[in-house]
Ligand binder design. Sequence first.
Ligand code: C5P
Ligand code: C5P
Length: 470
Amino acid sequence: MSEKYNKFIMHIKECAEFLKEKIEDDHSFRIITHHDADGLSSGSIIFKALIREGAQCTIRCVKQLDRDFLNEIKNDKHDVIIFTDLGSGAVEELEKMDKEIIILDHHIPKNFSRKFYFVNPHLYGIDGAREISASGIAYLTAKFLSKENVDLVTLAVTGAIGDMQDRNDLNGINRIILEEGIKNGFIKAEKDIKLYGRETRPIFKAIEYTTDPFFPELSGNEEACIKFLNMLDIPLKSGDKWRTLSDLTKEEKKRLATALMLKLIEHGYPTKIAESIVGEVYTFIREEKGSPLRDSKEFATLLNACGKNAYYSVGIAVCLGDRGEYYKRALRILAEHRAYINSCYKWILENKERIKSLKSIYFLNAGREIREEIIGTVASMVLSTTLRDKPIVAVAESKDNKIKVSARGTKELVEKGLHLGKAMILASEAIGGEGGGHDIAAGALIEKNMLDRFINYVDEIIWRQLNAGN
Ligand code: C5P
Ligand code: C5P
């Protein structure tokens, strides 16, 4: 294992030892976590690990750590506060609090702290957008608390997948975690077509709903997907049951993969993107066949559905192992979430003229048409419908008259110097907002009347990032 991984893991070990001491001293713990799949997974991993040690512990989910929430924490009565999947942007404010704090996060840090345990891969030169997510950090911490926690490995993988760290299969520390999960009989990794809903969706629906990449003529068009499969001689049904991707024979999968790649190449997509439709997929083999929890990507979407619609306790209950009442509720929430995402998707296809091409970004102001919680997902979908020559910055109005910003880029743009996280931090600091994230995906929350200035700043900063060498 490389030196930087060793050092990072040693830091995690020290943090786990500190936690152990606090547990032995009968301290109480409050976990504060992010509302998406990586947040729910990482928070649940630490929660379960602490409960297993007999600790007193509560967990709370938030959309983001804004000033109001930071003020609220000042009065929190728990002895130790653990932040998972957030906190890196608020180190300065947290240092001012008279509290025992632990941060297990993978976002770009604004500052560094010697005052408390601040576990962040970026501080060790490890890429927190690709090599490990918050769930991976939480899992390694939990394992140092007890070997029993190896069963939480599927959550560690789900968090990384939820944050799309598997674009080129899982790598870095994620790979080490994955291999442990395979060795211990929790996970199977195999090459397959990366369509959405391998285990649960009729194959034509899986093509229709896949947006990364966006299949021209097929994505969002059920009829065209059915025709496409008929043309390829792939039966849609077996008896009276719809066939899913996992039901297809090897031969059928080969035919389908080739046809999908050709479709992308015909429409001018680079070969690299076309080839990326085949990659590693991860199956949680102890989950029931046909359950969305069996496929890592679908598990992550189920958690995103719960978190982004504020059904936090449902998502956490499923992470903690509930497969009864809460799981059934999660399935209903997932169905509604999918229907909403699908309607957003149709809206994008019908309103493409609202995507404005600025100097160095595409800009979409969705106003109140798209809910703020979903604008990140929408930004990713929009990116897959553009030429991918510039990043997309999408905004939606939030309930409190603010603007939620979500930005998404591509690996190629990042290689040219794009860093959306830094752009969001700089631009939001300039206008009194809050922002952060990763190089490839970032976000911000700003005042409504600052939108034009903010977008101009972002456009300018990104222009400089992409033209620094020229
Ligand atoms: O807060 P957080 O890190 O969880 O946000 C993750 C979001 O960033 C995901 O929704 C995903 O769309 C995006 N992301 C990405 N590619 C990466 C890392 C994150 O698209 N490599
Ligand atoms: O909300 P969205 O999915 O667009 O967030 C993308 C990334 O930006 C996430 O990692 C999220 O945690 C981060 N972000 C942030 N500060 C904000 C909004 C988003 O650090 N105000």
